[in-house]
Design a protein around this ligand. Structure first.
Ligand SMILES: Nc1ncnc2c1ncn2[C@@H]1O[C@H](COP(=O)(O)OP(=O)(O)OP(=O)(O)O)[C@@H](O)[C@H]1O
Ligand SMILES: [Mg+2]
Length: 248
């Protein structure tokens, strides 16, 4: 196993937010977490990357018990912003820069990535001059530039309209298919989870527990019109609806 988070428990100001959450990810897997809004997904993400403490449970990375995944993985936070005073290329190079690896090789890799994300003609522009979809692609390129083989993404496409979102999902698929990364992604979009994931964890309403784990066997790229796809989508939506109704 690449990553095991076992029985993670967290309280915030006396409120139980994570009620024994266990999530696993195999080498090369694309795993998503879906759950009702406010159920604790970002809190779980923050615990994993070390931006929040936790009160119980354990995290095992590549067979080794760790406090959190700081320095071991690359991550992209929800509503992640590019630095407005840096060009697109300047943003993409943040990883190598803070790792002290700014050299010809990383520069070449950054250029290749910008070209893959179809941003090569915009590398000297500033974030404010770019569309939302371009900024999200740049943020993905920046995350890849950290050179880690596990990526943690919290709603990486959340700020986008439906059509741009659909277009960018193929870039998310490329993270595992083309770049060979293991990915743990949080999303509230069931279709997106079904398009991309090898496995889906469905979280309950607050406090978060794993309500169900679904192995998605369909070959990728997938079609949202596929019968099995539609069945699974209905099932997951029903479970989420039930959670929201129980929770309120
Ligand atoms: N800064 C905060 N202060 C106090 N409570 C908070 C804070 N942030 C989150 N919470 C509590 O923790 C719960 C979980 O929040 P979290 O952001 O983890 O949910 P989420 O599943 O990521 O939601 P969303 O789908 O909207 O991104 C919230 O319902 C809220 O009660
Ligand atoms: Mg969140």
């Amino acid at each position: 196993m690449k990553l095991i988070a076992r029985d993670i428990r967290k309280e915030m100001n006396g409120l139980l937010v994570l009620d024994g959450v266990s999530v696993q990810l195999d080498e090369g897997e694309f795993v998503t977490v879906v759950g009702p809004s406010g159920c604790g997904k970002t809190t779980f993400f923050n615990v994993l990357i070390g931006l929040a403490t936790y009160d119980g449970g354990e995290i095992v990375y590549e067979g080794r018990g760790v406090e959190n995944l700081r320095g071991l993985v690359a991550y992209m936070q929800q509503r992640d912003l590019l630095l407005p005073w840096r060009t697109l290329m300047g943003n993409v190079l943040i990883g190598p820069e803070i790792q002290g690896e700014l050299n010809g090789e990383t520069l070449t890799r950054a250029k290749e990535l910008l070209s893959f994300f179809r941003l090569d003609s915009f590398s000297d522009m500033y974030p404010s001059q770019l569309s939302g979809g371009m900024r999200q692609r740049a943020a993905l390129a920046r995350t890849l530039m950290f050179g880690k083989d596990l990526l943690l993404l919290d709603e990486p496409l959340s700020a986008l309209d439906a059509i741009t979102r659909r277009k960018l999902q193929s870039y998310l698929l490329a993270l595992s298919d083309r770049f060979g990364k293991s990915v743990l992604m949080i999303t509230h979009d069931v279709e997106e989870a079904l398009l991309l994931s090898d496995r889906i964890y469905v979280f309950s309403a607050l406090p978060a527990r794993v309500r169900r784990v679904i192995k998605v066997e369909m070959e990728k790229p997938r079609s949202i019109a596929d019968r099995r796809f539609l069945e699974l989508k209905e099932e997951i939506l029903d479970e989420l609806l039930e959670e929201v109704q129980n929770g309120s």
